[in-house]
Design a protein around this ligand. Sequence first.
Ligand code: SAM
Length: 280
Amino acid sequence: MSAIDTLPPLREVIANHGLSARKSLGQNFLLDLNLTAKIARKAGDLTGCDVLEIGPGPGGLTRGLLAEGARKVVAVEKDRRCLLALQEIADAYPGRLEIIEGDALEVDLSGHLTGPVRVAANLPYNVGTELLVRWLTPDSWPPFWESLTLMFQREVAQRIVAKPGSKTYGRLALLAQWRCDAKIVLDLPPQAFTPPPKVSSAVVHLTRLDAPRFEANPKTLSHVVATAFNQRRKMLRAALKGMAPDIEDQLRAAGLDPTARAEEISLEGFCALARQLDGS
Ligand code: SAM
């Protein structure tokens, strides 16, 4: 029996099901259930919420989310070897864990989740950023989720919460902070995982805003930001020259210095430029 439920400790689960970690699937497991319950608490009040978890693996975080009161957890796992271990958790929490076998980049989750929805995951490193960008750039806002509580390599977490002028400021910070509050809520050393990864990790909590912080067309903003940071060391007038023949005038009209570099421009500045380019 473990500290948070009546299921066996995770080391036993892993041994029973032969779940040796596979690097190709980004498998670094959390085995301390007190720690996974702590991460689950960082996701906010789970009572009355469905939680989407990507990559449950042997189920450490899944158990934390259920013990912390999630109404239902929908867990998407690509590694078939984990399914029996996850089924044992589903049996211990009748009707509260739905296991979906598949690739999180491909599965269709429509019909599986009922709002309010929170997303919580110790993400596989190889797909983490791609999933985050998808969750941040849906066709319409607000998105299907209220909050995202996600484990990343610390360097990626810093890119999400970065402010202008910092080395890590770029597209990820702007996409995240345009329509969310984003903060790092927990730092974890490599030794928290089995096997330990080479780098430190951090949990980022993003809470969606009802409306964007500044008005802008999402596609234009995304395009401007991606183009500007593609050549981050160039002056804006050079980095963005392909976007409009009179880009220097457009930058000035948006209140920006054409000789500034992308990393010096605030979110408000990029939104003003996106509006200017759209002629609004
Ligand atoms: N949540 C577990 C924990 O905290 O111990 C496991 C985390 S491990 C870092 C990442 C998990 O994501 C692994 O179980 C792996 O099999 C799974 N995974 C990898 N790629 C995936 C994908 N494309 N779709 C769904 N799951 C994936």
